[in-house]
Design a protein around this ligand. Structure first.
Ligand SMILES: [Zn+2]
Length: 142
């Protein structure tokens, strides 16, 4: 049994569908982290049989709800003093910042480092977002 209490303060991304854990790990650039992170693949899950899990011993200044775009089953637990302080439900946000990058090389967010990536939902059925700066589409089903 893996216990959440092995981290004092940080974030646990739980109930990730098997296979998505590594995607999210890369997306959050946790391979470059200088704090403790753990990616657990194929852990036992009462709800789904198997799940992936990410433990981050740090605070991340990101809109983690946007991870629902990749996997709407996951749950985000904010840990403080080895206890779950807050649970964040994910869904398809109407708008989100950060995490995903605009793929248009001419977009202002590609050249200006200080501009925060911003996306607006255009199709809920197909999970398509558009960049708020250049209208370039971000299709999550591709
Ligand atoms: Zn753009």
């Amino acid at each position: 049994m893996l216990s959440i209490t092995s981290i004092k303060k940080g974030i646990v991304i739980d109930h990730i569908s098997p296979g998505n854990g590594y995607e999210i790990f890369k997306l959050l650039e946790l391979d470059k982290a200088d704090f403790r992170v753990a990616l657990i693949i194929n852990a036992d899950s009462k709800k789904f049989g198997r799940k992936d899990l990410i433990k981050i011993e740090n605070e991340i200044d990101l809109d983690l709800r946007a991870l629902g775009i990749l996997d709407k089953n996951l749950t985000i637990n904010i840990i403080e003093d080895e206890m779950i302080k807050e649970k964040i439900e994910v869904d398809l946000p109407k708008m989100f910042e950060g995490i995903f990058k605009c793929k248009n090389p001419r977009c202002i967010t590609s050249s200006e480092r200080d501009v925060v990536q911003k996306f607006e939902l255009v199709s809920e059925d197909k999970t398509i977002y558009k960049c708020a700066y250049c209208d370039h589409l971000l299709n999550m089903e591709e």
